[in-house]
Write a protein that binds this ligand. Structure first.
Ligand code: C2E
Ligand code: MG
Ligand code: MG
Ligand code: MG
Length: 291
C-alpha cells in the first residue's frame, strides 16, 4: 500500500521501519542493563478458589521501570528478550526473584500450606537444556519446597518446543513443581495435548469467557471444556474475570479457580502482603493464613 501511494509514502514507510529497528536495538541494550541492575520487578495477581473465595495462589508478572519510557509491560519487552538472546537472563531473573519472594513470605508469614506461586516461562527458555535444573537448584538454595512453585507455559510454547521440552517439564513435575498450560483456547487447543503433556493445571484464556453472562452458547461451551479438563484429572484456572456477571456464571458452572481484574489486580509484593494482614483475615484472604 505504501508503494502504490507514491515515492514520498515509500520513504515514510522506510523511515518507520528504520525507527522500529533502532527502537528494538536500543530497547534491547537498555534491557540488558536493566536485568543486570535489577530494574525489573514482579507484580502478583491473586488466584482465587471459587468455592470459598480463598486466594490459593498468585501469578508473578514481570514489569520494567524504564528511565525514559516509563513503566513497560511484558508484551513490550519479552519478545525483544526472546529475539536478542536476553531471554535466558530475563527468565533466570524472574525465577530467582519469585523464589526469593516465596522464601521471604515463608519466613515471615503464616503462609497457607497450599499457597502456590505461578511463574511464566517463555518457549525460548523452555528450549534451553538445564532450565529445569536451574529452577530446582534455586528452590533448594532458598529452602522452598518445590510444590510452592508452578511454571506456566503458553499453549503455543508447549506445542513448538519439541521433545526435550517435554522431558524438562516431566523433570519439573517429578521434582514436585506444578506445570500449567497457559492461554488455553487461543492456539490449537488440542485435547490430546492435555493428556500427553506433563501438566497438572490448565489456564483458560479470557477469550473463552468473554460475554459469558449474556451468551448461553458460550456458557455451554465453557461448561463442556471445564468438564473435559476435570475428566482427565487436571485443575482449571479461568483467566481474565472482569465482571460480577462473569464471576456469577463461573460459580454457577462450578469452575474451580479463577483470576482477573474483578478478583484482584496485579499488586506489588507489599500490597499483596497488606491484603494478607489481620484486617482482611476474615474475608477473602483468610486462606493465606494457616489459622
Ligand atoms: P499471561 O500469563 O496470560 O498473564 C495474564 C495477563 O493478563 C497479565 O498481563 C495480566 O495483567 C492480564 N490480566 C489479568 N487479569 C485480567 C483481566 O481481568 N482482564 C484482562 N484483559 N487482562 C487481565 P501482563 O502482565 O501484561 O502479561 C502479559 C503476558 O506476558 C502474560 O500473559 C505472559 O504471557 C507474559 N509474561 C508476564 N510475565 C512474564 C514473565 O515473567 N516471563 C515471561 N516469559 N513472560 C511473562
Ligand atoms: Mg500466565
Ligand atoms: Mg494466561
Ligand atoms: Mg492470557
Amino acid at each position: 500500500a505504501a508503494k502504490a501511494s507514491g515515492r514520498g509514502a515509500v520513504q515514510v514507510f522506510r523511515r518507520d521501519m528504520h525507527d522500529a529497528v533502532v527502537d528494538r536495538l536500543t530497547l534491547g541494550i537498555d534491557l540488558a542493563e536493566a536485568i543486570a541492575q535489577d530494574r525489573l520487578f514482579l507484580q502478583f495477581q491473586p488466584i482465587v478458589r471459587l468455592s470459598d473465595d480463598v486466594m490459593v495462589a498468585a501469578e508473578a508478572l514481570v514489569r520494567w521501570q524504564h528511565p525514559q519510557r516509563g513503566l513497560l509491560s511484558p508484551s513490550a519487552f519479552v519478545p525483544i528478550a526472546e529475539t536478542s538472546g536476553l531471554i535466558d537472563d530475563l527468565g533466570r531473573w524472574v525465577v530467582r526473584d519469585a523464589i526469593r519472594r516465596l522464601a521471604d513470605w515463608q519466613r515471615r508469614l503464616p503462609l497457607d500450606p497450599e499457597f502456590q506461586l505461578h511463574v511464566n516461562i517463555s518457549a525460548v527458555e523452555l528450549r534451553r537444556s538445564g532450565m529445569d535444573r536451574y529452577v530446582v537448584d534455586q528452590l533448594a538454595a532458598h529452602g522452598v519446597p518445590p510444590s510452592r512453585l508452578l511454571i506456566e507455559l503458553s499453549e503455543t510454547a508447549l506445542m513448538t518446543a519439541g521433545a526435550g521440552a517435554t522431558d524438562r517439564l516431566q523433570a519439573l513435575r517429578d521434582a514436585g513443581v506444578g506445570v500449567a498450560i497457559d492461554d488455553f483456547g487461543t492456539g490449537y487447543s488440542s485435547i490430546s495435548y492435555l493428556r500427553r503433556l506433563p501438566i497438572d493445571t490448565v489456564k483458560l484464556d479470557r477469550s473463552l469467557i468473554t460475554g459469558l453472562d449474556r451468551d448461553p452458547d458460550q456458557r455451554g461451551f465453557l461448561a463442556a471444556v471445564l468438564q473435559l479438563i476435570d475428566s482427565v484429572g487436571l485443575r482449571s484456572v479461568v483467566e481474565g474475570v472482569e465482571s460480577a456477571g462473569e464471576l456469577r456464571t463461573l460459580r454457577d458452572l462450578g469452575a474451580g479457580l479463577a483470576q482477573g481484574f474483578h478478583l484482584g489486580r496485579p499488586l506489588s509484593p507489599t500490597a499483596l502482603e497488606a491484603s494478607w494482614g489481620p484486617a482482611c483475615r476474615r474475608q477473602q484472604v483468610r486462606g493465606l493464613h494457616s489459622a
